[in-house]
Design a protein around this ligand. Structure first.
Ligand SMILES: CC(C)(COP(=O)(O)OP(=O)(O)OC[C@H]1O[C@@H](n2cnc3c(N)ncnc32)[C@H](O)[C@@H]1OP(=O)(O)O)[C@@H](O)C(=O)NCCC(=O)NCCS
Length: 362
């Protein structure tokens, strides 16, 4: 953090609830406090993320900012989610954009205000800040490591290790992993087919009822949420896979090919299949990997805390990526909700990269 003395506030900071009429002013603040590429991304996503989310309350999104006189000096933006907490359905929020104007940092400005920023009993997000920062505002913080499947080790090595020294030497040997046929490794033959979905329909709701984990905390993946999250995002395109048996949806997987640090990279962003159907998920993963490979992707990464999903990923040659400082899943559980206490630990959560704003930052 900077050693400069924080600006003293001539006015009492006031917490304001965001309305669409504040958008231009909030965008100016975002452009002032974030690096240009982050500001472009946030402003492009803004209406989709906060205002057009199907669960946004009628009185506006859970976005608040702090004013000092006429000036905006801090912002916390969240989007509404429906949560499944081991059988209890309740309101949740994905929180992401949390920022204080650099002039006013170092005063713990949010600490007295954060409790009033949202009434949602569950709030989730991702952070690279040390856990004590979240503890200071009564949030929990747990590291989550990505799983990786390397498809082109030569290209990866050339990029990350040899790039500087051998930049001018063309790489002649490419170590390319063999791509399993989609159905290889399935524990029993499936009379079902992997299909590409244009969008989700109410069959996703039936799947959700069958596949939700009875004792876990999960974002409710009904078709309204899935279509908002993966079909309507203005600045990214996803590939949606489903497995159909007769006319039923047995499972789905959402993938994305993107460019990360100059390399084609793949994400398995979100997926769901019943816990006892790892062959369904394994088949979807195999199909997505095969297509991502054809798109020139050098490695595929994903995040998951679910045991059955991890088993399906390991079966498809994913491994935990060594990371000295992994990203942290942070969450808040309202103290008065003693019925939610058990969800303080990470192992009670079904998480993917699609939850909260982790993947929205790419
Ligand atoms: C994080 C942030 C919102 C906190 O702002 P603030 O209300 O002014 O609070 P402070 O600057 O007093 O920091 C609060 C605590 O976080 C710590 N902290 C803040 N930024 C930090 C960083 N980058 N690395 C490590 N610790 C940090 C401070 O040391 C302080 O710890 P303390 O309470 O033990 O003294 C502000 O630093 C900011 O806008 N950062 C840039 C955007 C960002 O990183 N947002 C967080 C996304 S999860």
């Amino acid at each position: 953090m900077s050693d400069s003395v924080p600006e003293q506030m001539p006015h009492e900071p006031v917490l304001c609830r965001y309305h669409a009429t504040d958008r231009d002013e909030v965008f100016d603040f975002i452009r002032e406090v974030f690096p240009a590429e982050v500001a472009v991304r946030l402003t492009k996503q803004w209406r989709w993320r906060y205002e057009l989310n199907p669960f946004t309350p009628s009185d506006g999104p859970p976005v608040v900012f702090i004013r000092n006189g006429r000036e905006i000096i801090g912002l916390v933006a969240g989007f509404r989610l429906r949560m499944w907490m081991g059988g209890i359905e309740c309101v949740g929020e994905g929180r992401g954009t949390w920022v204080v104007h650099p002039k006013y940092r170092g005063q713990n400005l949010w600490r007295p205000l954060i409790a009033h920023a949202s009434s949602a009993p569950i709030q989730i997000g991702w952070s690279r800040l040390p856990p004590r920062v979240q503890r200071g505002i009564n949030w929990l913080s747990n590291p989550v490591r990505p799983l990786i499947r390397v498809l082109d080790a030569g290209a990866l090595l050339a990029h990350f290790i040899f790039r500087r020294r051998f930049a001018s030497i063309p790489i002649r040997t490419r170590t390319t992993a063999t791509i399993p046929s989609p159905l290889r490794g399935a524990s029993r033959p499936l009379e079902s087919a992997v299909i590409r979905l244009e969008a989700f329909d109410d069959r996703a709701d039936v799947l959700w009822e069958r596949a939700r984990r009875s004792n876990s905390a999960m974002v409710i993946r009904d078709y309204r949420y899935l279509n908002w999250r993966f079909c309507e995002r203005p600045d990214a395109t996803y590939i949606l896979y489903g497995i159909e048996r007769a006319s039923e949806l047995e499972g789905f997987l959402v993938a994305r090919a993107t460019t990360y640090r100059g390399l084609r990279w793949g994400y398995l962003v979100d997926f769901l299949a019943p816990e006892n159907s790892t062959n369904v998920l394994s088949t979807l993963i195999g199909q997505a990997i095969g297509e991502l490979h054809q798109l020139g992707v050098v490695a595929v990464s994903c995040y998951t805390t679910d045991k059955a999903a991890r088993a399906a990923l390991f079966r498809n040659s994913f491994f935990p990526a060594p990371q000295p400082k992994p990203i942290r899943f942070v969450h808040f559980l309202q103290g008065s909700r003693t019925d939610l206490e058990e969800f303080a630990t990470l192992k009670t959560w079904y998480l993917t990269m699609g939850d909260g704003d982790l993947e929205m930052a790419h």
